[in-house]
Design a protein around this ligand. Structure first.
Ligand SMILES: [Zn+2]
Length: 150
């Protein structure tokens, strides 16, 4: 009887006839050796494709196990949290945080935030209310420049 060829490299499969019959009956691929079997089972996906699939899997996994993961994380935090150690870690970030606070874009944002907070006592106000603060500021500026000319 003619021996079949390896499904990976194409060489003759040196398996016993019983093995070949069993594989054919189940529709399984045949390989000449373990090396070809390993290579033949590869999906030939690119690294990018694998990363994409893993990302999609992780999103789904987190969504399906959200409750359990959250409680486990909370338990881990309670078990391992050391206030003194955490304070030291926080202090390490202080210089970069100060640098961040000195940025002009942050200062502008913070100034606007503070004005809204001072006016309304909260920042959870509708957008049109926030715009009123801007208008008031413009009005005050206009009045002061007009008064300055007098
Ligand atoms: Zn082979």
């Amino acid at each position: 009887m003619v021996k079949p060829n390896c499904d990976y490299c194409g060489c003759v499969v040196p398996q016993r006839q019983g093995h070949i019959n069993r594989a054919r009956k189940k529709g399984l691929p045949l390989y000449c050796d373990r090396k070809c079997a390993g290579l033949g089972r590869r999906k030939h996906k690119t690294v990018e494709q694998k990363k994409k699939e893993k990302k999609a899997y992780d999103i789904l996994y987190r969504k399906n196990n959200l409750k359990r993961l959250a409680t486990e994380k909370a338990k881990y935090f309670q078990r391992t949290y050391d206030p003194a150690k955490a304070a030291v870690e926080r202090k390490k970030r202080m210089p970069s945080h100060l640098e961040y606070c000195r940025k002009p874009e942050y200062r502008a944002k913070k100034q606007k935030y503070d004005e809204i907070y001072r006016t309304f006592g909260t920042v959870r106000v509708p957008q049109e209310f926030k715009e009123i603060v801007d208008l008031q500021k413009q009005l005050a500026k206009a009045v002061s420049t007009r008064d300055g000319r007098r």
